[in-house]
Structure formats: C-alpha cells, structure tokens
Design a protein around this ligand. Structure first.
Ligand code: SAM
Length: 293
C-alpha cells in the first residue's frame, strides 16, 4: 500500500481518456443552473510537473499528452481539421501552461476545480500521507479553493455518506490505483451502495484493461449492476498497443453509469483520433458501447 504515486503516470494515454471524458461529463451537467456536487474519490496530488521528478522517470507523458500535442501540430501543418473533442480537452491542459510550453499536467482535481461555477462544490479524497499534503498545498493556490473540501479518508467507506448531494445533482469520479487487488471488490460495493442512495447520479469509473481476472471482468460486472438498477451505461476502452506481457499499461477504460446522451457522440469523435495519435502497434483500437435503461 502507498507505493502508488500518480506523478509516474501523469499525462499518460489513460489520463487522456479519463480526463477527456470527465470534462464532457461536467460540462453537460452544468447545462442546467442547479448546483452540482462533484466527488473525486481518488484525487492524487492535483497537478504534476512533467519536467521534473517522478514524471521524468516513467516518461508516460511521452506516449500520451506529448504525442497528442504532436498529432495536433501535424494536423495543423497538413491543414487537416483536429477533432473538436480533442481540441476541447487540450484547451484545459494548455490553460495550465500559459507560456505555451507543455510543462505541467493537471490531474482530475485541477481539471474539475477549474470547471466549477460559483454554485458548485468539489469533494476530494486522498489517503496517501504525502499526496494529501501536496494536494492541500496545490488546491490552496486556486481561486476556487473555498468551494473544495479535502478529506484524508478512505473514499470507498465514505462515499455513501455524501450521497445524495443536497441539490440531488452529482457526479462521482472513481479512479482507484488498483494497487490493492481488493480495490475491485471495494469499488463494486461502493457503487452498489451509492446507487441505492442516489440512483440518478452520474458515476464515472476508470479501470486498467489488464488480463488479470478482476480487471477483465470489471466492465461486465458494472453492466450487470447498472442493469439491476435499471440505469443506462456507456463503456469506452482505449488500447494503444497489444504486446505480449504487460510491463506497461497498454489499455484502459471508462465505465459511466447514467451517462449524458451526448457522451457517445463525443467519444465517437475522440476515440478514432486517439488510436491514430497514440497507437503504437497494429493492436491499437477502441471500444465504444452504450445501452439505454
Ligand atoms: N484521479 C487522479 C487524476 O486523474 O489525476 C489520479 C488518482 S490515482 C489513480 C489514485 C489515488 O488514490 C492515489 O493517489 C492513491 O493514494 C489514492 N487512494 C488509494 N486508495 C484510496 C482510498 N481508499 N481512498 C482515497 N484515496 C485513495
């Protein structure tokens, strides 16, 4: 426990899929003026330096955000239009890099914080004793800090206590590290409890697409749970390579319960471009499927 530091993975292909989806979810939910409560159950440090520290050891951003930026540049040079979903996501990343150099990558807490309207609230959970201090320090710098609560607690245990939010409008991002194999089980229990208390909430679950049994079974287990609660769902997976062994993460997915109707179209625009931009071998591909309740 506690060996996971998200800085090693900041700006990876998995972050791109997760954050591109997340931005769309928030913006859709903000189309109505009512207050929105957003819960980020696994926050991490909030924002990451790509030029220093852990990120420079793993260099995962090289196969992720830096490659995507190159893709956009080559489209622009060739006069080919860049997909609007990709442009929109990159706008959030570039907003943290105002001098035009891609030097920092915002994690979900910063992406979400920047999107808050005055009536919205953000609740962040982080258990790691070092990450929580960095997160608190980072969040303090933001003009939205007063709208953000930070909990150094186990979010799997605490989530149900926050639901339903007072305005009954809520988005929950569940992005565990799966460092503990039990996370798959804790995740399922937390979602089951959450759906019992707040069935109309929007739940966005990230998972690594690995051959490990618990990981491979996760999308089907989520589909069954959504069906049992008569909820719509959307499943998206991005695979950048299909090489023997799993020395590095080759694919990841997002499973959304109660997705907005616009998400399918948004991801249908983004995913083929992400395969083109980030794909490493012929095994690069995507999955996109949704079912109405
Ligand atoms: N959501 C972040 C983002 O997109 O930028 C990345 C989060 S990272 C994948 C997972 C984080 O969850 C780690 O920092 C880890 O310390 C923290 N964590 C692990 N188990 C937790 C738990 N039960 N409750 C709260 N945080 C936890």
């Amino acid at each position: 426990m506690f060996s996971y530091r998200h800085a090693f993975h900041a700006g990876s292909h998995a972050d791109i899929l997760k954050h591109l989806t997340l931005i769309h979810l928030v913006e859709y939910l903000q189309e109505k003026p009512g207050a929105l409560t957003i819960v980020d159950t696994h926050a991490g440090a909030g924002i990451y330096n790509l030029e220093d520290g852990f990120a420079t050891v793993s260099k995962e951003a090289n196969g992720g955000i830096f490659r995507l930026a190159q893709y956009v540049e080559s489209c622009q040079k060739a006069g080919t239009p860049v997909e609007s979903s990709i442009q929109h996501y990159l706008h959030s990343i570039q907003a943290e890099n105002t001098d035009g150099v891609l030097a920092v990558y915002p994690g979900s807490p910063f992406i979400l914080a920047r999107l808050l309207r005055p009536q919205d609230r953000l609740k962040l959970f982080e258990l790691h004793p070092k990450e929580i201090d960095i997160l608190r320090h980072n969040i303090k710098q933001l003009p939205q800090a007063k709208q953000i609560d930070i909990y150094a607690e186990d979010s799997f245990a605490r989530l149900k206590g926050l639901l339903p939010p007072p305005s009954r409008r809520g988005l929950v991002l569940i992005d565990p590290s799966y460092e503990d194999k039990q996370d798959y089980r804790y995740l399922e229990t937390a979602i089951e409890e959450a759906l019992q208390r707040f069935a109309t909430g929007c739940y966005a679950i990230w998972y690594p697409a690995l051959s490990r049994r618990e990981s491979a079974a996760l999308p089907d287990r989520m589909k069954k749970m959504a069906a049992a609660h008569q909820r719509s769902w959307l499943h998206a997976e991005l695979r950048v390579e299909n090489a023997p062994g799993e020395r590095r993460l080759q694919a990841s997915g997002m499973f959304i319960i109660n997705p907005p109707w616009t998400l399918q179209k948004h991801l249908a625009d983004a995913l083929p471009a992400l395969v083109k931009a980030l794909g490493i071998d012929a095994g690069a591909k995507f999955i996109l499927k949704s079912v109405e309740a």
